[in-house]
Design a binder for this molecule. Structure first.
Ligand SMILES: *Cc1c(COP(=O)(O)O)cnc(C)c1O
Length: 373
């Protein structure tokens, strides 16, 4: 048995890649499903609450699952360059997988509102980084326009291979639990990931969802029905960037959770299908609630995710407390990205943890004893 190389080799029979297609892989996937203990106890929840920590993928976000698939297909079709608009994590993943494949990545990022770690990744991997005087939605529009004439493959989640790769996270969860959870909670930006999980859960239950847009001709994979149940899909947005709550596009989205600062979700229709078919819902969290949850998770459970990721847990904890998610339920929250991507946020909001003392034994001892008393 050879060692694990990534989702394409592992799930090839369930992905639209024939045996001859060479995988461009970095060992993505197989991320831990961590059962939380302290937070459920804090709120008196007697069900099971898990986080799927996607921040432990090679570039630190779930985007790697989609990017290995999109870049594998692009290279298979002979592409020499890929392009994407990004709030940060897509560009980091595109840059890494393009480097791995030996092709060029062009990434369009919004001016200012991008976490430093993500920008550093795109630069480190040698992507051509184009900063535009606009937001993600402007970047997305420009990418579509440019790709009409330039010989570049779009690797945003409008590329159907992205969602095919991302659906494998649902496979892993069903395999780990032995069944689907009752509720699956996600942050929603472009709404590709909530769609991808729904496709994955549907396939695992041997059922076809209307949200799967992959052309019939490309569905060469087998279906491996394991169990009959599917979760309710619950999507949470940041209050300043919540088109699914407003019922239409948001022109000037604003939130501290920059990864989901998106006003025109590209998978609008399919995310509604996932919500309706599954019997789930959409809701929103304020920036203050998001940052408080990011911190609580890090302090109480030892898991450090980025602000956009904390949105899923933030909403889930609230809905558990209100009873909308019932006692005894099994709940999985996707933590989409690693907290290390965006250290500035923590340094701005958590500096009271820092104590300055002279370099003397007595001063250090006093600082310790003050804290222990
Ligand atoms: C991309 C991203 C999201 C949003 O996912 P969508 O598929 O666009 O809804 C959420 N969190 C993080 C960290 C991301 O990078």
């Amino acid at each position: 048995m050879s060692s694990y190389t990534g989702i394409i080799e592992h799930y090839r029979s369930r992905l639209p890649f024939g045996p001859q297609v060479r995988a461009i892989a970095l060992g993505e996937g197989r991320t831990p499903l961590i059962r939380l203990h302290n937070l459920p106890r804090d709120i008196g929840f007697e069900g099971e609450l898990y986080v799927k920590f996607e921040g432990l993928n090679p570039t630190g976000s779930f985007k790697d699952r989609g990017m290995t698939a999109a870049v594998t297909q692009a290279v298979h079709e002979g592409a020499r360059a890929i392009i994407c608009a990004s709030t940060g994590n897509t560009s980091a993943a595109a840059a890494a997988y393009a480097a791995r494949a030996g092709i060029t990545a062009f990434v369009l990022i919004p001016e200012g509102k991008i976490a430093l770690g993500k920008l550093a990744q795109a630069i480190a991997h040698g992507a051509v980084v184009v900063q535009i005087a606009g937001n993600f939605d402007d970047g997305m529009r420009l990418v579509k326009e440019v790709a009409e004439s330039a010989p570049v493959a779009i690797v945003n989640s409008i590329n159907p291979y992205r969602l095919q790769g991302q659906k494998t996270a649902a496979f892993e969860i069903v395999e780990a639990l032995g069944r689907a959870p009752d509720y699956h909670c996600l942050p929603v930006g472009n709404a590709g990931n909530i769609t991808a999980y729904w496709i994955g859960y549907a396939e695992m239950s041997g059922w076809e969802t209307a949200a799967n847009s992959l052309p019939e001709a490309l569905r060469r994979y087998d279906t491996h029905a394991v169990v009959g149940t599917r979760p309710k899909m619950v999507g949470y947005q940041a209050a300043g960037s919540a088109p699914f709550l407003r019922g239409g596009p948001v022109e000037h989205p604003e939130t501290v959770a920059t990864a989901i600062r998106i006003g025109h979700p590209q998978s609008w229709d399919r995310a509604w299908i996932a919500q309706k078919e599954s019997g789930g819902w959409f809701d929103e969290c304020t920036d203050a609630e998001i940052l408080a949850t990011q911190r609580r998770l890090a302090e109480r459970e030892g898991v450090f995710c980025e602000p956009a990721s904390a949105v899923s847990l933030c909403g889930a904890l609230r809905d558990i407390q209100s009873g909308r998610i019932p006692q005894g339920a099994t709940v999985v929250c996707t933590l989409t990205g690693n907290g290390l991507k965006d250290p500035d946020i923590v340094m701005k909001n958590g500096l009271q943890g820092l104590i300055r003392v002279p370099a003397e034994r007595g001063a250090v001892e006093k600082a310790l004893l003050d804290r222990l008393s």
